[in-house]
Write a protein that binds this ligand. Structure first.
Ligand code: PNS
Length: 157
């Protein structure tokens, strides 16, 4: 049984996140989406809202579950006998930070990180940009699931 964790803040869930989780679910027997908090980012949705969002966005993926976590992602992985952390890479600009995290996580517990290149049509989509565009009234409906679009409109009204 190969088990992977897809960690992130998912604030909010985008089609880019779902794309990576979907592709990880084909590579691993079981995938746990770990909804955490990025201490260096301001958040729009609280942890429960982000967990619910990812559960709904991944509802059609039978080998995917969604859990919240606090503390280190390596602790979360060690407690669940996880084989690998899966992260999406959008562009070279993601690489330095992701490599640093992968090396730190590996040095803490030996957990491996597997990078999946984001689908080109999702390469420019980030939660931060979605929030910025939606905040100024721009149309983000092609970047997030419909229910997330509704939640964004409600929250940013
Ligand atoms: O979607 P994000 O904001 O890039 O997610 C980042 C997240 C939450 C996965 C990362 O900040 C994280 O793993 N936080 C948990 C605390 C931790 O383990 N920090 C050390 C990382 S090397």
């Amino acid at each position: 049984m190969r088990r992977a964790v897809c960690p992130g803040s998912f604030d909010p869930a985008t089609f880019g996140h779902v794309d990576i989780v979907r592709r990880a679910s084909r590579l691993f027997d079981e995938v746990i989406v770990a909804v955490g908090t990025n201490v260096s980012k301001n958040r729009l949705f609280d942890a429960d809202e982000r967990i619910t969002m990812m559960r709904r966005a991944c509802a059609d993926l039978s080998n995917v579950s969604v859990e919240g976590f606090t503390g280190l992602v390596t602790t979360f992985c060690a407690e669940r006998d996880v084989d690998a952390i899966v992260k999406g890479l959008r562009a070279a600009s993601d690489f330095d930070y992701e490599l640093q995290m992968a090396q730190m996580n590996s040095s803490l517990t030996g957990v491996e990180t597997v990078f999946i290149p984001t689908s080109p049509e999702r390469g420019f989509v980030s939660s931060s940009l979605v929030k910025e565009v939606a905040g100024f009234g721009g149309d983000v409906s092609s970047f997030v699931p419909g229910f997330v679009h509704d939640l964004l409109k409600e929250r940013l009204a």
